[in-house]
Design a protein around this ligand. Structure first.
Ligand SMILES: [Zn+2]
Length: 293
């Protein structure tokens, strides 16, 4: 395990315990989330070191990384994903009409493949070798391992997307610097992450699937992303909701809490999360649209 002595956002050393939870998804090991006394940023600490991370991803059930069509849950998830591809493209077109797109953590490449059909020149980064090979063989995409980021020249991309990826990245500040370098001066950066101030996060507490311990190393609220963006020379243009995530995350959270897929409470809490997003500082997952200052 690796222990962080400083807050990755503001550098302060005073950290307090925020929540004790578990890896409900895979190993049932216990983990803690600490909160920075200075800026309020919450992060998993201690956390698996670089060499230990792999074992927390070893599961065929990690469906965001697979296309297994099995059971009602997986089937609904796939349908929603199809629909959200169109929604993502429509949203992006308001900020960036086209050009060079880099999707970091592109998984099997569905988003990149979809965007390439609409004229984007696409590149993907995917650390998992099997998943990467599949994206390449299935769609003929250009997909590089994580180290590939260091081989791309600066100022290459009009758009960089990270859909639920930044919370998994060990070197948070290093990655933000890299993003700033790779983006064209008028480019757009899209970062989607769970929102740990959302209604469902407060409701499910340690069972909230958005914490996904220890795979999620950071737990962002709006104010944290603002601080982090500004620290690295970015500014947040707008923040948009991912409304389906409230249902998906509530359903997983119900499973972690009760051991069963409790659809009705999950649908109800997902609905409440979207309705109460105003009072609870945002939706379950948020999309940050970011530009260089
Ligand atoms: Zn801090």
């Amino acid at each position: 395990m690796e222990v962080l002595k400083n807050c990755p956002v503001c550098g302060a050393t005073e950290l307090e315990l925020f929540l004790a939870g578990k890896d409900y998804f895979l190993t049932t090991e216990s983990f803690e989330i600490v909160k920075c006394s200075n800026c309020g940023f919450r992060f998993t600490n201690p956390r698996p070191g670089a060499g230990e991370l792999g074992k927390y991803y070893e599961s065929t059930d990690y469906i965001s990384h697979s296309d297994i069509r099995k059971g009602l849950f997986a089937s609904v998830y796939q349908q929603v994903r199809k629909y959200t591809l169109g929604r993502k493209r429509a949203m992006i077109s308001k900020f960036q009409p086209g050009g060079e797109l880099l999707d970091i953590g592109c998984a099997t490449g569905q988003f990149l493949n979809y965007m390439s059909r609409y004229g984007w020149n696409v590149t993907g980064i995917e650390p998992d070798e099997k998943t990467r090979t599949r994206a390449i063989s299935e769609y003929g995409l250009k997909v590089l391992p994580e180290e590939g980021l260091n081989t791309i020249r600066n100022g290459t991309f009009d758009l960089i997307t990270m859909w639920h990826v930044l919370e998994h990245v060990s070197d948070l500040n290093g990655r933000m610097e890299q993003l700033r370098n790779l983006l064209k001066s008028q480019g757009t950066l899209i970062i989607a992450v769970p929102n740990c101030d959302a209604y469902d996060a407060v409701k499910y507490r340690a069972f909230w699937a958005g914490y996904d311990l220890p795979r999620h190393l950071y737990h962002f609220a709006k104010s944290d992303m603002k601080l982090l963006a500004e620290k690295h020379g970015f500014t947040i243009v707008t923040i948009l909701p991912m409304k389906f995530d409230a249902y998906y995350v509530s359903l997983l959270s119900e499973k972690y809490k009760s051991g069963r897929m409790r659809w009705l409470p999950a649908l109800w809490n997902g609905f409440c999360s979207n309705v109460h997003s105003g009072q609870n500082k945002g939706h379950s997952s948020l999309i940050y649209v970011i530009k260089l200052k």
